[in-house]
Structures are given as C-alpha cells and as structure tokens.
Design a binder for this molecule. Structure first.
Ligand code: TYD
Ligand code: MG
Length: 488
C-alpha cells in the first residue's frame, strides 16, 4: 500500500512543491499554494508497483471499409456550428470558458434546447437550482424544450446517473469549478478538484460517445483554478468573450481537434437571450461617426470570415510625466511598437501625448494586419485629418516602417466592397505591378466589386496620404492626397 502524502500545488500554474511557501517558485504568484493529498509512490518514475498491465490492442490508421463515420450533431445555430467546426462530434469534450456573467449558461441552455428535439440532452447545473434554470429557460422562450435538468455537484453521482446504455447524447456540466470528487480532500474549484472532476467526466463521455460541455469561469485571481488547466485535456476550447457594457458576445475557438481554430461566432445579448449576428461588420460599423478624426476602418479576418471594425484613437497632451497608453481590444505591446515606428521612422513623436486606442463594438483583434489601420487612426487623431469614411485600411508594419502584405487580401477587399467601401489603403505586394497590367476590371457586379486599392510600401506614404490638407489645395478625387499610386 502506497503511503499517502501531501503535495503543495500552485493554483495558478499547477506546479507542485514539497512544502508550503507564500510564493510559487515556478510562476512567481503569491498565496496560490494549497495543500492537496497526493500519492508520492505513484508519482515516482517506475512507481507502478506490482501487477502487470493489460495488453493494448493496436489497429491500423486506415479506416476500415465497413466503418461508419459518426455523424456530427448540428445545432442549427449557424454561428455556433461554424465555431464548433460544423456540428458537435460525439464523444468529444468541449470547454466553454469566459468571465462570470458573460452568458455561458445562457448560450449552453440555448444550444441544448436547439439539440433537444433530436437528441437526449442533459443540463447539470452546480451553480443554480433547477427552478432558476427553468426561470431562465422561460425568459428565453425555451420552456417547452425537452432538456433534462439536474442540480448536482458530486461527480460520483453524476457519473453513476449517466453511465448506462441509455446515456444522453449531450451533457452540460455548469460549471466545472462547482463539481467535486469525494475521493479528494481539497475544496471544489482547486486545481486538483477541477482536473480530477474533468478527467472523470471526459472518461465517461469518451466511453459512451457523449458530447460533453464543461463550463469554466476565467478568474483573474489565482485562488480558483481557471479553465487554463483543462485546455490540454479537452478536444475543443471555446472562449465566450465581450465587453460587459456592450451587447456583443463573441464565441472564439482557440483549440479544436475537429475543426478550424480561430473561427468566431458573433452573438448579441438581448432581453430574450442571445441572438445570432449574421453580418457582424455591418453591426460593428453601424454607429460610426463618419466625419470624425482619429478613426479608421480595419478590414480584418476572423478565422475564415472577413470582418470590418472601426479603430478609434485619441491622442491628447499629457498632464503627467509619463504619458498614458490605454488599449481596449488590441495588444498594448503592439500599440507601443506602432508608436515607436511612427516616431523613429516617420518623425511623428507622441512622447508628450496620452494615447487611447479602442476597437469599437467590443471585438478583440489579434491580427498584426491591424497595424496600418491603428497607425492611420493615430496619425489622423494627432494631426486632425480624417481618413475618408469610404476607405478601409489593412497591412502589417515592420520595425523599419515598411508596410508588409497580409493574407487573404482578396477576401478583405471583397467584404469592403460589399459594405459600400470604395477605397482601400493596402500594402504593395510582390505581384501587384504585374497584376495591375493584366487585370483591368475586378467584377461585373458592382455590389460584388472589391474596393479600389491605394498601395503603399512605407509608413511615410500613409502620412503623406493623411497629411492635413491646406485650404488652397483642391481635393483629389480619392479624397486622399495624391502622393501614393492609386489603382483601379
Ligand atoms: P449567464 O449566462 O448567467 O452568464 P454566465 O453563465 O457566463 O455566468 O448570463 C448572465 C448575464 O446575461 C446577466 O448579467 C444577464 C444577462 N442576460 C440577458 O441580458 N438576457 C437574457 O435573456 C439572459 C438569460 C441573461
Ligand atoms: Mg452560469
């Protein structure tokens, strides 16, 4: 019999220590180490103890001819299905992470209700009583959906109730932080509990071909284990994000063993629950002030889908020694880089200015292709010029100020054209010149036509385009200064 000992696990990074300390050596977090009962014998290499293991049976990689591919379970919610890679795969575990109150339970209740017509769905809530879930379903207009509800937190009970030949096809565990294994001493929500509970449920779902949803709260403090510790155990990781003050919610696939990652679905939180947003670009741009300086429209890509968003910048003289840099929806390191390049390569100093950057609508952009649009908004805010309202911008900026080509230019331009944008400031690509000679017209259908492109190679050319116009100058037909080459 192995001797049971304690290990001290950091709740932030999962590192284990032999004794308690106030600070985790591995990640540097304070007050995150908690005692958990472990088995030192089993953790040692070669510590398998007595007894032989069973022989594993190996099979060929090629699918046998008589094998039927398991069908995917489509929910019918197009935005959700796209993120899930075209429907749910039986036997897969899906982690849905997000801030508390962002709408995870609402989303999953809607998803299970949509599936319940065709499949047996079970919704286990560890946070809410059955009546509370019912109340929510009523509010969502789903009171008649044949979803089976339960309020439970003990994983042993949950497994015992589901592990039979009539197991449901879809199970939601909301949330993993409330579940616990009675074999462990630690409190629910600790790394050990979250990991063990998830492992037990995932084993059940693989055995019975159940689609398992695990809801996990993302927490800023390290005291409760976030879903990060589960990411490697599940097949799919979806994050549900959005700004609390905005009605938009974005479901983002960050890992998907059965479909593309980086795909997003856009929802709107309304009084009657989440509704799908089929054309997010139009919505993100709806409240735009077309004549304001300090804004530009970025033609981005989210997964396979083009998405147009407004980038807003505000520069104002600083009243402190160190100017402020505040960013919502973009990487602050990337902003500092763009500011440094503008200063070093274009002589546009912002050292004495506070800089605020905001991606309108609550979307979070991670693409470097947004560099040029951010630079355009910054330049426009600083010198008061306006990026013409019918112009989209995209391109990556290098440290020497060069503007680099980005992927899927055609898709971005087409989406811009569809939404009525006439021009685009884009990077010059290697094939551009040849293409210009050989391809005169884009598309016969004006609604389908891609926007006209102004190609630039260096950030200085953007500054020329956006230089404040003197009164004596007549406006160029593009609304931009004619320094760069315009092409149709
Ligand atoms: P919820 O799904 O409980 O969040 P989570 O499970 O991620 O913690 O969503 C809670 C929020 O959503 C709450 O602040 C109110 C809002 N909400 C609506 O605006 N409309 C609705 O129909 C519902 C059900 C919730
Ligand atoms: Mg919830």
């Amino acid at each position: 019999m192995a001797k049971a000992t304690s290990v001290f696990a950091c709740q932030e990074c999962g590192a284990t220590h032999s004794k308690w300390s106030g600070r985790c050596d591995a990640c540097g977090a304070w007050n995150t180490i908690i005692e958990e009962s472990g088995n030192a014998e089993a953790a040692r290499p070669g510590g398998l103890g007595k007894g032989r293991g069973k022989k594993i049976e190996f099979v060929g990689l090629a699918t046998p001819a008589d094998h039927q591919k398991p069908p995917r379970l489509p929910t019918g919610l197009a935005e959700f299905d796209r993120v899930a890679g075209g429907g749910l795969v039986p036997g897969s575990a899906i982690l849905v992470g997000g801030d508390p109150g962002i709408g995870k339970s609402t989303l999953l209740l809607q998803v299970t209700a949509a599936l319940a017509g065709s499949y047996r769905c079970v919704y286990i809530s560890g946070e809410e009583a059955v009546d509370q879930v019912r109340l929510r379903a009523e509010r969502l207009g789903l009171a008649d959906a044949p979803v089976e509800l339960a309020s439970a937190t003990n994983v042993r009970d949950i497994v015992a109730s589901l592990d039979d030949a009539h197991a449901p096809q879809v199970v939601v565990a909301d949330s993993i932080q409330t579940l616990f294994m009675d074999t462990l001493d630690s409190a629910p929500g600790t790394v050990a509990q979250v990991r063990a509970s998830a492992q037990e449920l995932i084993r059940l779902c693989k055995r019975r071909g159940i689609v398992l949803f695990l809801v996990g709260h993302v927490t800023k403090e390290g005291t409760i284990a976030g879903p990060k510790v589960l990411e490697h155990m599940v097949d799919t990781v979806l994050y549900f994000e959005g700004e609390r003050g905005h009605q938009f919610r974005i479901l983002r696939a960050v890992k998907n063993r059965f479909g593309p990652a980086d795909e997003i679905g856009v929802f709107e939180m309304q009084d009657s629950g989440l509704s799908q947003v089929a054309n997010p670009s139009a919505l993100f741009l709806a409240d735009r002030d077309r004549a304001a300086s300090g804004t530009s429209v970025f033609a981005g890509m989210e997964g396979t889908r083009p998405m147009l968003v407004e980038i807003q910048a505000l520069t104002a003289p600083t009243s402190f020694g160190t100017p402020r840099r505040a960013v919502v929806g973009w990487d602050s390191g990337r902003l500092n880089m763009v500011l440094a390049v503008l200063e070093a390569r274009c002589g546009l100093g912002m050292g004495q200015n506070d800089v605020y950057l905001n991606v309108a609508g609550g979307l979070r952009i991670s693409e470097p292709a947004a560099d040029l649009a951010v630079a355009a908004a910054l330049v426009s805010s600083l010198n008061g010029s306006v990026v013409p309202a019918d112009t989209v911008v995209f391109g990556e900026i290098g440290l020497s100020g060069e503007v680099r080509p980005v992927s899927r230019e055609d898709v971005r331009l087409k989406e811009a054209g569809k939404l009525g944008f006439k021009r685009a400031i884009v990077p010059e690509t290697r094939g551009t010149k040849k293409e210009r000679a050989s391809k005169p017209a884009e598309s016969a259908n004006p609604r389908e036509a891609a926007a006209q492109t102004v190609r630039i190679r260096h950030l200085n050319e953007l500054l020329d385009l956006l230089a404040p116009r003197r009164a004596s100058e007549s406006a160029s037909p593009t609304g931009l200064r004619p320094a760069a080459r315009a092409e149709s």
